[in-house]
Design a protein around this ligand. Structure first.
Ligand code: ACO
Length: 326
């Protein structure tokens, strides 16, 4: 069976930076509280007129350029997002159009912060089946338009951005070794965006109740997140006959520094094995792993043959891991 090998990475974050000190001016919060509870110092915010598909396209172009692949060669585009340009059509279709190509399959995956890993799994299996030779897998979010800027419990956490990888069917032992996806829908109400869908269709009353904005019970999310991130990472290690010390770089979903550190500690990983950039980007949901991967790659932190472990948790609840040999 062919391997799905990552042959290019790319990322994009909007120019505008919103610091904790900026937030202090409009919210009852402090830089000290945000840093102590989350490790976040600043996040990027999409400009007016800048959409999820734009950011996804920028990231995709960079990944294609690194891979030396022309957009016309792509057989499949999968975007992990919960903040697409529209409820439909899929943001993947808009990216396809932006890239000036047509005909290849393009769809979105809705798995919140696990969206990139769910998308990576879908594209990997298409490659392994022989149906697809080259795929673009993207995580892209404009969370800052889905949060309630009056709710200090949530709005300090999130940021915007996009990351992308180009996958290619290759022989050999480099590529995605395994993916592990899970969900428990009984937790849906702990982290969700109530409006506007079929349950709460668009209405002025719904807007007044702030239904279009993300709701979260942070404490409960925190507990399940730490447990699930640990369990699925162990599952990925065991499936590949590996132990924590075999991991060259652990790239977790960048939700919150405390969650990442607790997970890394339970796994027995050292600080050097863990990539953290939540301090500069906040939680960019489905975009966080591919942004971190691209950053680490361009900084020269990853060498051929390195073992990478990706680990994510998000609304749904969903959680997932992937083991990749670079
Ligand atoms: N500034 C100052 N005070 C605040 C702020 C703020 N921004 N936000 C909340 N507080 C207050 C609360 O009102 C509360 O005050 P009270 O005790 O007077 O009621 C106090 O701080 C403590 O609140 P907690 O919610 O108990 O704080 P906690 O230590 O749990 O930290 C946090 C909150 C950071 C949200 C934490 O629970 C967390 O990280 N949870 C996981 C969230 C997460 O990662 N979600 C994303 C998952 S991925 C996805 O799918 C999107």
């Amino acid at each position: 069976m062919k391997k799905a090998r990552i042959i290019g990475t790319g990322s994009y974050v909007p120019e505008k930076v919103l610091t904790n000190f900026d937030l202090e001016k409009t919210l009852d919060t402090t830089d000290e509280w945000i840093v102590a509870r989350t490790g976040i110092h600043e996040r990027h915010v999409a400009a007016e007129g800048e959409f999820t598909s734009d950011m996804a396209t920028h990231a995709a172009r960079k990944a294609l350029e690194m891979a030396g692949v022309a957009a016309e060669e792509i057989d499949l585009i999968v975007v992990g997002t919960i903040t697409g340009d529209f409820p439909w059509p899929a943001t993947a279709c808009l990216v396809q159009s932006n890239l000036g190509i047509k005909g290849c399959a393009a769809f979105d995956v809705s798995a919140a912060c696990s969206g990139f890993l769910y998308a990576l799994d879908a594209a990997t299996k298409q490659i392994q089946s022989g149906a697809v030779k080259k795929a673009l897998v993207i995580g892209a979010e404009v969370l800052t338009r889905a949060i309630d800027w009056q709710d200090r419990n949530t709005c300090v956490l999130f940021g915007d951005g996009a990351g992308a990888v180009v996958l290619e069917a290759q022989d050999g032992d480099q590529g995605v070794l395994s993916t592990h996806l899970h969900a428990d829908g009984s937790y849906w109400e702990l982290l969700y965006q109530p409006g506007f869908g079929s349950r709460f269709p668009a209405s002025a009353a719904g807007l007044a109740e702030r239904l279009p904005f993300l709701k979260m019970q942070g404490n409960e999310v925190f507990k399940v997140a730490v447990r699930s991130l640990h369990e699925v990472a162990v599952e990925a290690l065991e499936a590949n006959g590996l132990v924590a010390s075999d991991i060259d770089l652990f790239i977790p979903h960048q939700a919150n520094r405390r969650i990442l550190e607790a997970t890394a500690k339970r796994l027995g990983l050292t600080e050097e094995q863990v990539y953290i950039n939540v301090d500069r980007f906040g939680n960019t949901s489905g975009a966080s792993i591919p942004i971190a991967l691209d950053e680490a790659n361009r900084l020269g932190r990853i060498k051929a043959g390195d073992m990478l472990l990706f680990d994510a948790f998000g609304g749904g609840f969903t959680w997932a891991a992937a083991m990749v040999r670079w």
